[in-house]
Structures are given as structure tokens and as C-alpha cells.
Design a protein around this ligand. Sequence first.
Ligand SMILES: Nc1ncnc2c1ncn2[C@@H]1O[C@H](COP(=O)(O)OP(=O)(O)OP(=O)(O)O)[C@@H](O)[C@H]1O
Ligand SMILES: [Mg+2]
Length: 383
Amino acid sequence: MGHESPAGDLRLANLTKRFGVFTAVDDLSLTIPQGSFFALLGASGCGKTTTLRMIAGLEEPTSGQVLLGDRDIARLRPYKRPVNTVFQSYALFPHLNIFENVAFGLRRRGIRSVDDEVMRMLSLVQLDDYGNRRPAQLSGGQQQRVALARALINRPQVLLLDEPLGALDLKLRRQMQIELKRIQTEVGITFVHVTHDQEEAMTMADTVAVMNAGRIEQLGAPADIYEFPATAFVANFLGQSNLLAAEAAGTAGTEVPVTAHGARFSVPADRARTDRGAVYLGVRPEKLHLVGSADQVPDGHQHIEGVVTDASYVGVSTQYLVRTGWGSEISAFAANSGAGRQLPVGTRVVAHWHPRHAFLLPREPGQDDRTTPLLDEPVGAAS
Ligand SMILES: Nc1ncnc2c1ncn2[C@@H]1O[C@H](COP(=O)(O)OP(=O)(O)OP(=O)(O)O)[C@@H](O)[C@H]1O
Ligand SMILES: [Mg+2]
């Protein structure tokens, strides 16, 4: 087919989709650089598929633009767009063998000699010897790779992936994540990958956009978002965070002093999303260290005292819950490096952290402390 012009960046400009009075995608604007691996991450129902469908041309935007380079493709019919989609249900043709499944896009365009290209694609997804099999004779992961080859053979400028690994078990999922990343690097085209699995988004993508209720809450490199979330939603959707309800009264020098539950803390000014009024003082559980007494707290660290109420051994780490003096619980992860000992429930501890690992977020007045529950279990229930 030859999409001769270079693709350019994929841009969504004020893209909106309403179903009746319900807004599924709300004034979305973002740029996805050409050749990048972009992940759209969000909970069920936040508008991910609707966004992909508008890029693919399967859903008409209520308003806004879809641009590829300088070209507005929002009015192009789906098959005219240099875009292909891989869905969760790969929908291979069951009556065709793998070779013909992959060849499908070329045959449809009337291309006769498909052998070289099909073999190249099968090789790309490491299924060189599977051409004669039927889809039913392949594993889920292998079928997923066929679906990928079938899309890539059309040489799209953008590949959309909607939860493509959702049907696979965890181990296969991890393998396919690495595989997909390798393939993306090899073909060099833009991948837009939709998932509700934060680990999947972080391992694979150059850029992650965290979506909530039809809007992007934050967009950036995985490590940047993780280390300095922009909102309480992001802080707890991407990993876990301890968010202490606090009050701030402006920046003092390079610090923002805050008061939380009667105690004073501070956060570097460049780690504060806001410096006044109701705030959350955030610290990730793995940045909290537990020691036996306040005199073991290193210089420059800040601390909270409490009592261990739950200790969950999860192999690589032990995840502790610590009840603070004011009654809420914070979580702390200790790597099982062999250096420390396990702390039994009931141990008095001091949890400390370095201020550069803390962050400040805006908080709605009246909102209390927030900690993500561990392992989805009711905690402290055993006592
Ligand atoms: N055709 C439709 N008519 C009415 N509402 C719709 C339609 N399609 C989607 N929606 C609604 O729009 C919202 C976003 O749906 P969408 O499928 O984009 O979510 P999603 O982020 O892909 O979720 P999931 O992770 O569950 O796939 C949902 O609340 C959904 O019910
Ligand atoms: Mg979806």
C-alpha cells in the first residue's frame, strides 16, 4: 500500500467523545512522538478503548482532532488510515493456517507474491516453523504473536494495542512484554499500548499516560511519574503511596514546611506540586525505613513513631503496616536482603525517610490520610 509520507508524531487535539450525556473521553490533548512506545494506563471504564477507537477510525469523535504529522486523519475511513489495531481477542481466522492469516492484509490488497514478506514477519515474531498450523493448534501467546504479525505486515505507521496480553497468564504475559518491546525496537514504528496493568505500562513504555475518568492525570517517563506523581490518584494507581493529610503555609527558602497531625516535616520546594493549604505529604512504602528508636534515625531524615500491626512476607520483601500515634496506618517495604531481621507484630518502630523522597500534592480539605491496603487483604483483622 505504501504510506509514502513519513508518519510524524501522533497528536490528539481536544479529542472528546460523548455517549449521550456521558463524557467517555474529555478534551484529551497529547502528542505521541513518532517511533515511541506509548502506554495509556487507567482503570476499567476510564476511556482507553474509546480513545484507541477514535484513533483507528472505529468511533467518530464528538469533537477534536487526530493528527498524524500535519495531516488530520480524523475524517479518514479506518482502512485509509496508516493505523492497525491488535485487540485482546486476537480474532485470527480459524479456517486459515498461520501463513494465510499473516498474508491476509497483503492478499486483500491484491499482492500476489507474499512469501518473503510473510516469512519475514513470522520470523520477527519467532514463529518461523508454524506457517502450516491452524490457530487452534497454537498457544495463547503464539496466537497473540500471529495477531501482531498480521497487523505489522500492513506496515502501519502506528500500531494500536488494546490489552493485547489480557488473555495470557502472568508468566507468559511477562515474556510477551519483553517480546513486544523487542519487536517495537526492531520495527521502529509508534506503538500505543492500552493496559490497566501498571507494571506492564512501566516495563514497556517510554512514556506512560495515566488516565482517569476520560482525562489524562499525568504523562511522562515511567520513573518520573513514579518518583514524583502529580495527583493522589496517580500516587496510588501507579504503585502505592503513604499520603499524610497535612497543612502547608508557603515555601521557606528551598523547603516547604508542613504540619501533619501536630508534627512538623518539610519537603524540598521542587518536590511540591503545591505549597499552601491542604496538602498530602507523600512517601512511597519502599522509601520508609524502620528502626527501633529515634536515635537510629540518620541525620537529615524525618520520622514517625508507631507500632507494627501487620507483617506480610512476600519473598523479595516484607511489607509492614505501622499504626501511627494518631491512629492511621502507613506501609513500609523492607527488602529481604538478609541484612535486617523480621519485625514481629507489636514491635515499636520509628519509620524514617529522607525529605528528597517525599512529595507534596494538593488535597481536598476534609480528606484524611490515605494508604493503599496491602495485598487486598483486610489488615489487622487477625488480632
Ligand atoms: N457505545 C457506547 N455507548 C455508551 N457508552 C459507552 C459506549 N462505549 C463505551 N461507553 C462508556 O464509555 C466509558 C469508557 O469506555 P471504554 O471502553 O473506553 O473504557 P476502557 O478504559 O477501555 O475500559 P476497560 O479497561 O474496561 O476496557 C465506559 O463508561 C463505557 O461504559
Ligand atoms: Mg477497553
